[in-house]
Write a protein that binds this ligand. Structure first.
Ligand code: PBG
Length: 307
């Protein structure tokens, strides 16, 4: 009765890595317990998750190098393996919610979220590519478009295209305050998507800045974002709290790969109790103000709750 914060499986979104092919389940070495799945095996995994009460999935493609190019053009090829997988999942499990990732990096030969010309990431030239990617995802059945690229103006741009094409009910969860963080390492291993040169500091935020998060969130909100996300979560609990206090849209947080990897590693060494550490971490993110949390812990947390 007096507990102020409630945390349940319904607050969690499960990030999952998809790979082209059949009968593939490869563990991500820096993120033990997480795999790159081919769609045939992913179907079984999703079924298991649904039984545990997980209904919302964020799916990320690990794209073969030979399909990557400067313009990330594979991202909007209508029958690419990612879009096909989404169609299949929505057909088999109409009750699930699928969130996508919109950014060029998994498909880009430069490994950047935007278009790189002469060593520079070009903001405005990236928008049409993100627009095509978003539309292709909406057409495949994605419920929540997740722009993680941090280009300025992309939420409004994507919203415009979706609305014009009749996808007025497809929502946008914008990575609003996404910091240039050291904690994305295992994710980039999973997708082999690290930048080939330079870093992401010209578009992702400086970890020193908090007021800037308000500016980013305000812009995204005005452009039509349905959810505002803070990423990473743990080092940025103050930012989650700030956005929760200042906006009436749902606030979400991404408990990123490096944050989960720290707990996996310490638990493996016997230095931390896995279930206690992960629940405390997730609870703190909820307490800071996140309505939803994207976390690799989702399945283990759901299993623990069942117990
Ligand atoms: C792609 C993207 C990244 C993550 C989500 N979408 C990596 C990055 O920006 O370099 C990181 C997620 C995680 O670390 O779990 N733009």
């Amino acid at each position: 009765m007096v507990e102020e914060t409630k945390l349940g499986v319904e607050n969690l979104i499960y990030p999952i890595f998809l790979v082209n092919g059949v009968n593939i389940k490869t563990e991500v070495s820096s993120l033990p317990g997480n795999y790159r799945w081919s769609i045939d095996l992913l179907v079984k995994e999703v079924e298991e998750c649904i039984k545990l009460g997980i209904y919302t999935f964020d799916i990320f493609p690990a794209v073969e190098e030979n399909l990557k190019d400067k313009h990330a053009s594979y991202s909007y090829v209508e029958d690419n393996f990612y879009l096909n997988a989404i169609r299949k999942l929505k057909e088999i499990f109409p009750e699930i919610v699928i969130m996508s990732d919109v950014a060029m990096d998994p498909y880009s030969s430069d490994g950047h979220d935007g278009l790189v010309i002469d060593g520079e990431i070009l903001n405005d030239e990236t928008l049409p590519i993100l627009g095509k990617m978003s539309l292709a995802q909406a057409q495949a059945g994605v419920d929540i478009i997740g722009p993680s690229d941090m280009m300025d103006g992309r939420v409004g741009f994507i919203r415009g295209i979706l609305d014009k094409e009749g996808f007025t009910d497809t929502s946008i969860m914008s990575y609003s305050a996404k910091y240039a963080s050291a904690f994305y390492g295992p994710f980039r291993d999973a997708l082999n998507s690290a930048p080939k040169s330079g870093d992401k500091k010209t578009y992702q935020m400086n970890p020193a800045n908090k007021k800037e998060a308000l500016i980013e969130a305000l812009l995204d909100s005005k452009e039509g974002a349905d959810f505002l996300m803070v990423k990473p979560a743990l080092c940025y609990l103050d930012v989650i709290h700030l956005l929760k206090d200042n906006f009436n849209t749902p606030i979400t947080a991404y408990n990123v790969s490096g944050e989960c990897a720290m707990v996996y590693a310490a638990a493996e060494k016997g230095w931390l109790n896995y279930e206690m550490a992960m629940s405390e971490m997730l609870l703190s993110i909820r307490r800071a103000g996140a309505d939803g949390i994207l976390t690799y812990f989702a399945k283990d947390f759901a299993k623990m709750m069942k117990k």
